[in-house]
Design a protein around this ligand. Structure first.
Ligand code: AVJ
Length: 322
């Protein structure tokens, strides 16, 4: 059985699916996207022209890597850089290379619950930056910080990039930031990547690309349930449909049943009935403005030290300080 850990709770795919699809408003958790095929498709998403987020953050790091380094080293010449969910490490590598080239005294601690991701990342960094002091932590985020706190001798910078904070409902994003902030000590920093409110059409295109890759990424949820739960979802009976609300900044993705149908999830002895045009909510990708970001920091007891933007101001990496 596949088990994925979020926060302190372990969910099996079976439990998460049963739970989500039994609700009055059907929903699936977004971690379910990332099986091997989902990882492959997300990699393709990051390379497609409509998905501006990755390029923006790449540009921010290229342009401001030295400002970021100066900001940190103005106060401390020894620190740990703790990264949550580094993914393929392409963007982090820019910062790390620059830090090492400038003889910075720091250690890099990428945190991921996937042992596979951690291993790939370590291989990549050892190859591209041989002098990097890297100690991966194969734990969930909060326990990783607890472990660090037990033995720490220096300040830390926690990195959470890619706009991943947008995958939470606003309330959950706030409590996530609160919990991290509570584990930080005075002078520690939290650097977060936020996707910003912008032309609604541009956002809709990013989640509904002309090449249909995001559609495939969403439909892969149905394939995954077919594979792992011996279910009989028919992908052609569902429609991929993203929405954007310019008032709240919330992007939601749905898979919508195009007919009245019953689906068998044989491995968990469950039959799910769909009405014609009934949606499954599969993802939230929150877009922010500076007011929302400031409020989030303040509520968590952090002060916003600096906003770094790409040239178009589509995306921001924000340095918050405890
Ligand atoms: C990895 C959560 C930042 O919400 O933009 C991309 C995931 N979903 N296309 C996002 C995703 C559809 C992505 N994050």
């Amino acid at each position: 059985m596949t088990t994925t850990t979020t926060e302190n709770i372990s969910f099996s795919v079976a439990d998460a699916v049963k739970d989500g699809l039994s609700k009055k408003e059907k929903t699936l958790p977004s971690w379910l996207f990332y099986d091997a095929e989902g990882d492959r498709l997300f990699q393709k998403i990051m390379n497609m022209p409509e998905y501006y987020l990755t390029n923006c953050e790449y540009d921010i790091f290229q342009k401001y890597k030295n400002d970021i380094l100066n900001l940190i080293t103005k106060e401390t010449n020894k620190f740990s850089l703790i990264e949550f969910g580094a993914g393929d490490g392409l963007k982090t590598e820019i910062l790390l290379k620059h830090f090492v080239e400038n003889d910075t005294n720091f250690s890099y601690k990428p945190v991921d619950i996937s042992e596979n991701v951690i291993q790939l990342l370590q291989n990549r960094m050892q190859k591209s930056i041989p002098d990097l002091d890297i100690t991966p932590i194969n734990k969930e985020y909060f326990s990783a910080l607890d472990e660090f706190n037990e033995a720490r001798t220096n300040p830390c910078i926690v990195l959470f990039m890619g706009g991943n904070i947008g995958n939470f409902e606003m309330e959950d994003a706030q409590s996530f930031v609160n919990k991290i902030a509570a584990k930080l000590r005075t002078g520690d920093r939290f650097i977060l990547g936020f996707d910003l409110k912008k032309d609604p059409q541009m956002i809709l295109d990013a989640y509904n690309d002309a090449g249909g890759i995001t559609r495939q990424f969403n439909m892969n949820l149905l394939k995954r349930m077919n594979n792992e739960l011996n279910a009989d979802f028919d992908s052609s009976a569902f429609k991929h449909f993203p929405t954007y609300d310019p008032q709240t900044g919330t992007t939601k993705s749905f898979l919508i049943s195009q007919k009245k149908q019953e689906v068998n999830l044989n491995a968990i002895d469950t039959i799910i009935s769909f009405d014609k045009w009934e949606p499954i909510h599969v993802e939230i990708s929150q877009k922010f403005d500076s007011e929302m970001i400031n409020e989030m920091a303040t509520k968590a007891g952090l002060s916003v030290e600096k906003y770094f933007y790409d040239d178009q101001e589509y995306f921001t990496d924000v340095v918050m300080r405890k």
